[in-house]
Design a protein around this ligand. Structure first.
Ligand SMILES: [Zn+2]
Length: 125
């Protein structure tokens, strides 16, 4: 794997600014159909921004792993993350197995990625 290419991909991701355009503007309230449509659109935007935020959090960690030489090593089990997986998603910091057993935990001002390993909870990000 070309780590310089992976670094460039991560830097491009980290340079992106969230597009919050879809959250601006008034919700139309004079017609319940319009209102439902506007609320649905907002919810979709919130989910999209949430996913973007999660990718950014992981991308920052993945970049620090590049710096300390642990890129492509799972942050939870120390197993190897397959090259194919990193090609598709250069920001991933967990192997598939640990990813499946993990969840995001949100606290004000802080996003954490919690991986479950043998019933233990481990904070990854
Ligand atoms: Zn793992």
């Amino acid at each position: 794997m070309d780590l310089a290419v992976q670094r460039k991909k991560l830097e491009e991701i980290l340079a992106q600014k969230p597009n919050t355009e879809g959250l601006r503007g008034e919700i139309r309230q004079h017609d319940s159909g319009d209102m439902a449509t506007d609320i649905g659109t907002r919810e979709t935007e919130v989910i999209r921004l949430d996913s973007f935020h999660m990718i950014l959090v992981q991308a920052r960690l993945a970049k620090s792993k590049l710096d300390d030489g642990t890129y492509a090593i799972c942050s939870s089990c120390d197993g190897e993350i397959p090259e194919k997986r990193l090609d598709a998603a250069p920001w991933v910091v967990l192997c598939c197995k640990c990813q499946e057993r993990s969840k995001w935990e949100r606290r004000p001002g802080k996003t954490q990625f919690i991986a479950r390993n043998d019933n233990a909870l481990e904070r990854v990000v």
